[in-house]
Write a protein that binds this ligand. Structure first.
Ligand SMILES: C[S@@+](CC[C@H](N)C(=O)[O-])C[C@H]1O[C@@H](n2cnc3c(N)ncnc32)[C@H](O)[C@@H]1O
Length: 260
């Protein structure tokens, strides 16, 4: 599939519960991310860049470990609390402008590359910011497993309609797998990739992340005529049902080292 040059961040629209949605996503994915970053030795003396920091839980964790941290995002309105932790907060787009070359020991981006238009260029720019010997860690999803249950797929039409809206904005549904190719093409060494999926129960905070995903996309899904409000209400009700369990997306973590 050809890359597009410009993407419009699909969640960059007004949604009053976006802060809550980001918080729930952190709750779901942070334990696995932290375990992987911990293994790379985040701590005093390390310079770390968190790209597309969102609400900033990973940048805060890095700072808590004693690393010198910079957090960038196209929208830094949710990152102010990081300044009190000594984190440098910078409003910028990973796709444009000058980048500070050979600066960081670790660059991490979770759920970001999948939304960017020119993904290959964004990854090259992240690699340029690494010091020789530094690590790039990309985390993006593969959507194939989402909403699988023991009894078959949950709400397949609603899932398809939600991803249709996202893809229309430049999102890549298999980006976790694509990241491996992007890391190799950018010249990284020792590239490793693995995936993790969570089993999520209805009615839990983690389950609510998926419901708020649908609520955020609801207006665009209905406008696209893919599904109706009633269809989305049915899916949200399923996700609130404690009797249901489903598989999340697979979060693919790709780690590579810059030569030197
Ligand atoms: C799905 S959220 C993930 C937030 C955080 N990384 C996490 O995993 O909790 C994607 C974040 O990337 C930011 N973002 C999207 N496109 C970006 C770009 N081109 N450059 C920098 N940040 C971007 C969004 O503003 C948003 O905060």
């Amino acid at each position: 599939m050809p890359e597009i040059a410009v993407a419009r961040y699909v969640f960059g629209t007004a949604f009053e519960r976006e802060e809550e949605r980001l918080t729930l996503g952190e709750r779901l994915w942070d334990p696995g991310t932290i375990a992987r970053l911990d293994a790379l030795g985040v701590g005093p003396g390390k310079r770390c860049l968190e790209v597309g920091a969102g609400r900033g839980s990973i940048a805060a964790w890095m700072a808590g470990r004693g690393a010198a941290v910079t957090a960038v995002d196209i929208d830094t309105s949710r990152l102010n609390r990081l300044r009190a932790l000594g984190v440098a907060v910078c409003e910028s787009d990973i796709s444009v402008g000058e980048v500070p070359e050979q600066t960081y020991d670790l660059v991490h981006a979770r759920l970001v590359v999948q939304h960017v238009g020119d993904r290959a260029a964004a990854v090259r720019r992240m690699v340029a910011m690494l010091r020789p010997g530094g690590h790039l860690v990309l985390e993006d999803t593969d959507t194939a497993s989402l909403f699988s249950t023991a009894d078959g797929p949950l709400q397949p039409a609603v899932k398809a309609a939600a991803y249709a809206v996202m893809i229309d904005s430049g999102y890549h549904a298999r980006c976790g797998l694509l990241d491996v190719e992007l890391a190799l093409a950018a010249g990284l060494h020792d590239v490793r990739a693995e995936g993790r999926a969570e089993v999520v129960a209805g009615g839990t905070p983690e389950g609510r992340w998926f419901a708020l995903w649908l609520e955020h996309l609801r207006p665009a899904m209905v406008a696209a005529d893919g599904v109706s409000d009633v269809d989305i209400d049915g899916a949200v009700a399923d996700l609130a049902d404690p009797g249901r369990r489903w598989l999340s997306q697979v979060m693919v973590t790709v780690t590579g080292r810059k030569d030197g």
